[in-house]
Each structure stands twice: as C-alpha cells, then as structure tokens.
Design a binder for this molecule. Structure first.
Ligand code: PBG
Length: 334
C-alpha cells in the first residue's frame, strides 16, 4: 500500500509515538569510559587534543570511578603512563606497574562492584620505541633502518602483561596489540594461573588508523620510528577483518571489539550479522577530538551530535561502546 494509505509521518507525530517505535536504544550501561592512569597524587592533566579527558593519578581515578558508577556506566577501560619506558615495555607487566596499582586501588573502592574493569593489554605505552611489541632491528642500520615487530617474541610479553593485570584484579583482559596468536596464548596462561573465569575482549579488528592520533598524545605512545601498518589492519579490508574475528573466536575470545567505530560501521554491521558473541565498538580519540573541535567552533550542536554518533554505532550492531563521551552522554540520558 502506497500513499495516501501509507503515511510514514503518522508515527512521527509526538514524542510518545516516536519513543514507542524507536528501534535502537542507548543506555549509560552500554558505555565504557577510558581512563589514563599516571603516577603522583592529585594529578588531573588535561590532554591538549582531547578537551575534558585527563591523565589521572590513581587517587583521582578512584574519584572518577565513583562518578562513573553513580552515572550507571558499564565499565572502565584502563591505560597507563609509566614513569619510565624501556625496550621491552617492563612497565606493562611488572607487579607494581601503574595499571596494576590502579586496579588494586579501584578494586578496593565501592565503585568496583558496579563497574566492569577492563585492562587494555598492549606494550606501546611502555616501550621506549612506542611499538606494540618487541622490535628487532637490523644492527647495521640504526633507528631509521629496517626493523621488524617480532610476533612470537611479543607474545611472551603480552601474556606476562595479561596475567599480571588479571592478578591485580582486572575483570576483563583486552588485548589491543594485533599480534597473531595472542588470544590463544593469553587464554592458556590465564587458565594456567587461576584465571579461567576471566573473559577476553579481543580488539579483533583493529585498523591502522589516523584517528588514533590524539590517543598517542594522551598515552604518550607514538611510535618513534616507522608505523603500525605491519600489525594493524589496512583500512580498505572488510573480508580480512572477518578473518581476524574468526581466528580470535577460535582462539577463545569471549567478546570482540571493532576499532575505530564511525569510519568502520560496515565492519560492525558485518560482524553483527555473522557472530552471536557480544560486540563492542571503540569510538576512538580522533572521533572524539574532531567532534569536539566542531563543538568549540559552534558548528555542531554538542548534545545532539554526541548522542547521534553513539546511537549510530549501536544501530550498526554494537552491544557496547567505548567512548570518551561516556560520562557526558550518560548525563544526557539520565
Ligand atoms: C594501544 C591502543 C591504541 C588505542 C587503544 N589501544 C593506540 C594505537 O594503536 O596506536 C587507540 C585508542 C584511541 O585512539 O582512542 N595499542
């Protein structure tokens, strides 16, 4: 039946009607808020390219967690800025690493009961060279010469990092390094060390993206030479993303993460249609920063554009969203 029997506008006539036929929901509990932990006390250092996002000392992070819990957020994703870096990213896996300390403090706080504490597993914030794994260089060529991020050597350190974070209290382990075989290696080690019940959220399809730029300022993790294209995925590839997801699920991932979100909604949709597992999408730093730049210029309506960007990612098929807007969005949704 076509017009005039059919009039699509009939169901758009009031707030109540629109609410009744709304297909996609957005709730504070769907949102995960990233935190960047640093040493010190009372530190709240704003990140230049990410207005409203801070490097936080652990005491401040505990305060932030209480705010997140009272807003009803789903969880926190923890990153760390170590005091010192070295070639092997020692700060990622040592017992008193910054995120390990943060996890112990957060676990002891009352907010922890309401929030899922997710630990990002990667080496780039902790290595002096800023790569996500172990760099093997051609000794004759120096830093500007040929190098390789060695997959299998990196696995050992990523496994150590994952176990150490689980020991410190992480509820979920989230490897973001994009080395082959890391999910299986981490699963095996977690099981062996008494963490058989700790789920893995794998950044299964993570693209080599320009949209991580502001994060690298926030986490001080820009590669000192070369780039990440030998381990993160080429932006052009959807079929390869699905293979990455297949493999991570075979290796034992409990949930998968798509990243970035807005420029890759087709990947989220394809994954949704193909897999029954919980799917998360990460609205990354550059997505946040570009929207903020437009808010500051008065070019976009902040509240509406923020919620629309998040709803779009949910509509594409993501169950939960990692977003720097988590707190602001939850306030609007309350
Ligand atoms: C670590 C990691 C990155 C992000 C999350 N985990 C940076 C990168 O791969 O360079 C990016 C998150 C963001 O941009 O918000 N490997």
């Amino acid at each position: 039946m076509a017009f005039p029997a059919t009039r699509m506008r009939r169901l758009r006539r009031s707030d109540a009607l629109r609410a009744l036929v709304r297909e996609t929901t957005l709730e504070p509990g769907d949102l995960i808020y990233p935190l960047f932990l640093c040493s010190g006390e009372g530190v709240r250092r704003e990140i230049g390219s990410m207005p409203g996002v801070f490097n936080l000392s652990i005491d401040e992070a505990v305060r932030e967690a209480a705010a997140a819990a009272s807003l009803g957020l789903g969880g926190l994703l923890l990153f760390g800025l170590p005091e010192t870096k070295d070639e092997h990213g020692t700060g990622a896996w040592e017992k008193n690493g910054i995120v390990q300390q943060g996890l112990r403090a957060l676990k002891a706080s009352s907010a922890a009961k309401k929030l899922v504490l997710i630990a990002d597993v990667c080496l780039c914030e902790y290595t002096s060279h800023g790569h996500c794994g172990v760099v093997v260089k051609d000794p004759d060529e120096g830093d500007s010469g040929a190098f390789e991020v060695n997959n299998d050597l990196s696995l050992k350190l990523l496994v150590r990092t994952a176990v150490s974070l689980a020991n410190a209290g992480a509820d979920v382990i989230a490897p973001s390094d994009m080395m082959d075989g890391r999910v299986a290696a981490i699963r095996k080690a977690l099981d062996r060390d008494g963490h058989a019940q700790t789920p893995i959220l794998s950044y299964a399809s993570k693209f080599a993206s320009a949209f991580y730029g502001p994060f690298r300022e926030a986490a001080d993790s820009a590669p000192q030479f070369g780039d990440r294209r030998s381990y993160q995925m080429d932006s052009a590839n959807l079929r390869e993303a699905l293979r990455e997801i297949d493999l991570d699920l075979q290796e034992g991932a409990d949930m998968i993460l798509m990243k970035p979100a807005m420029p890759y909604l087709d990947v989220v949709r394809a994954a949704r249609e193909r897999y029954g597992v919980p799917i998360g999408a990460y609205q990354v730093s550059g997505e946040y920063s570009m929207l903020h730049a437009a808010f500051q210029k008065g070019w976009l309506d902040r509240d509406r554009a923020m919620l629309e960007s998040l709803l779009g990612i949910r509509r594409a098929g993501a169950d939960f969203l990692i977003t720097y807007f988590a707190k602001d969005a939850a306030k609007l949704l309350a």
